[in-house]
Design a protein around this ligand. Structure first.
Ligand code: C5P
Ligand code: MG
Length: 212
């Protein structure tokens, strides 16, 4: 009976999806490193920005135009839209470990997640890519020039995105910091070094590589 109970608890625990939030300024390297983490550790990468861009491209979406405008202005889309996209992607996945990139980006994102999702998942930590504005700008402009195809990789949109980051995202990071949940990565280094730092961090958390 007791054994059965313990087994059930383990089973339930296993079913609770694990989440790492990935935050940092635009161009800090979140997307690049998330791809590395996916390959090495088998997490599922859910980029809030990518999900919104995909939704915008869907001709049947009632939110296409709203999303388009918010993204161009570097503003944060109302959380019910973003949270629904994240929730749907998590449900559709057969895996149970998620890197949620670019979320929660402001108080509204934070509150909506808390209301709808926080009790259904296990937040491991917040991976914070710390990178000064000048380096971020340089990277985004290079990405734009190399044909990222993003309507917001230009000087005008970037100014707005940075502003939003400073005003709205930084306080969310500070809040998680006060809960001791933020793992800071020096994102000014080159991508190889940054990934070494991430691997060390994951090792400390006993997150196993799937490549051996
Ligand atoms: O993370 P990424 O740079 O791809 O995000 C691009 C844009 O998508 C943001 O500037 C913002 O307009 C929108 N976004 C959002 N809410 C999020 C993440 C992204 O509105 N949580
Ligand atoms: Mg991104």
């Amino acid at each position: 009976m007791v054994n059965h109970f313990i087994t059930s608890i383990r089973y339930l625990k296993k079913m609770v999806p694990k989440v790492i939030f990935v935050l940092g300024g635009p161009g800090a390297g979140k997307g690049t490193q998330c791809q590395n983490i996916v390959k090495e550790y088998g997490f599922v990468h859910l980029s809030a920005g990518d999900l919104l861009r995909e939704e915008r491209r869907n001709p049947n979406s009632e939110y296409g135009e709203l999303i388009e405008n918010y993204i161009r202005e570097g503003l944060i889309v109302p959380v019910d839209i973003t949270c629904s996209l994240l929730e749907r992607a998590m449900h559709q996945s057969s895996k149970d470990s998620f890197l949620i990139d670019g979320f929660p980006r402001n108080q509204d994102n934070f509150d909506g997640w808390k209301r709808r999702m926080s009790e259904k998942v296990d937040l491991l930590f917040v991976l914070f890519f710390d990178c000064p504005l000048e380096i971020c700008t340089e990277r985004c402009l290079r990405r734009g020039a190399e044909g990222s195809g993003r309507a917001d990789d230009n000087v005008e949109s970037l100014k707005k995105r940075f502003n939003t980051y400073q005003q709205e995202t930084k306080p969310v990071i500070d809040y998680y910091s006060s809960l001791n949940l933020v793992k800071r990565i020096d994102a000014t280094n080159n991508a190889i070094q940054v990934f070494e730092d991430i691997k060390n961090l994951f090792r400390a958390y006993n997150i196993q590589s799937q490549n051996h």
